[in-house]
Design a protein around this ligand. Structure first.
Ligand code: DON
Length: 345
């Protein structure tokens, strides 16, 4: 039998142990209340925004006159994970014209309606190494349209949509973009008017493609619907959701609707990696290491396959037509979170 003082010591020891254990457990529970990844993703989005918000390099695109009137200081950064969690900072609800960021999503529509093989045969899958509106590429490459992410290939992809009228073609193109966004998108009529009134270069491309039997509808119809497609309004959040659909194996995280066959997703992503930035695609792959697509309106969406999409928007673009701040912000996030698809971990 223990003496009284020994018993008291034992009780004191046991209760101290109990207090220490419960303190340890409660600190563990506290640390566990928010998944660290959640805070980490919001922090990185905030950091990317504050790091590059004062950068003034580049200029608004002005060959489409209305783009020059968009406030240059706008800047939004959004991550959406494959399960639909949103991390956003800045002007993420400002609607801007999607421009060339629409192109991979329309290529997806062709892969769905026909097949990845039809896209390869009727348009092509090679990078041009040339600007997005190159006419020389049409003469240099036997495929003419070359790939669906340059203007020629995107106009061809619009012409491949299975439709018997301009109205039906446009309806299908818009419905497809909306399906990727998981909500109804609309045409920015003034952007469309501004671009269509000045689209002599794209009209030349459409006519050249038709001449080489690489356009699959009447040229002006393809040009009109292509120009409308580029004039669809999106916010940075909506763009990120479109990308998250690709990160989620082709299924929209919000609606659960499959927009692209699983087997076609890596094919589309490979095109985005090799041609998403036109004559800057090598640089982009070398630095950010992510499949992505840019638009001259200032939007960029990058895909981290199986994980998330990162979208950024800011109107000032460089000579290749790619948003300077958006490129920097996405590259920063890719580096900080080690998202480069070529990293081994
Ligand atoms: O056809 C055009 O020139 C525009 N609608 C789209 C070009 C574009 O976005 C180039 N991307 N950075």
């Amino acid at each position: 039998m223990d003496s009284l003082p020994t018993l008291k010591l034992r009780i004191l020891f046991a209760s101290t142990l109990l207090v220490i254990t419960s303190l340890f457990l409660s600190s563990f529970t506290l640390a566990d209340t928010g998944p660290p990844a959640t805070q980490q993703l919001q922090n990185i989005v905030n950091q990317a925004h504050s790091k590059f918000k004062d950068l003034k390099d580049g200029n608004n695109a002005n060959y489409i006159p209305i783009l020059d009137t968009v406030p240059s200081e706008l800047f939004g950064v959004v991550i959406i994970t494959r399960d639909g969690q949103v991390y956003a900072t800045g002007d993420t609800d400002y609607a801007f014209s999607i421009q060339s960021v629409s192109k991979p999503f329309n290529a997806a529509l062709i892969m769905q309606e026909q097949s990845p093989e039809a896209l390869r045969e009727k348009i092509g899958v090679e990078p041009t190494g040339l600007p997005f509106n190159s006419k020389i590429a049409l003469e240099l490459y036997p495929a003419r349209s070359v790939n669906p992410l340059v203007n020629a290939g995107a106009i061809a992809s619009v012409s491949m949509v299975d439709a018997s009228s301009e109205k039906q073609r446009w309806k299908k193109v818009l419905a497809n973009l909306s399906g990727f966004a998981g909500e109804d998108l609309t045409l920015m009529k003034e952007v469309y008017r501004s671009e269509y009134e000045t689209s002599w270069s794209n009209r030349a491309i459409a006519n050249l493609l038709f001449n080489y039997e690489r356009l699959y509808s009447e040229p002006e119809e393809a040009l009109i619907v292509y120009t409308k497609m580029c004039s669809v309004g999106v916010t940075t959040r909506q763009l990120a959701m479109m990308g998250a659909t690709l990160a989620n194996d082709g299924v929209n995280p919000r609606t659960g609707k499959r927009m692209l066959k699983s087997a076609a997703v890596p094919k589309l992503l490979s095109l985005m990696l090799t041609a998403g930035f036109y004559d800057e695609s090598g640089f982009w792959s070398y630095t950010a290491g992510l499949p992505a697509k840019t638009g001259v309106g200032g939007g960029i969406v990058a895909i981290v396959p199986g994980k998330m999409a990162i979208a950024a928007f800011s109107p000032r673009v460089n000579d290749a037509g790619n948003s300077v701040r958006a490129m920097k912000a996405i590259t920063y996030i890719s580096e900080q979170l080690k998202l480069n698809i070529f990293e081994g971990s």
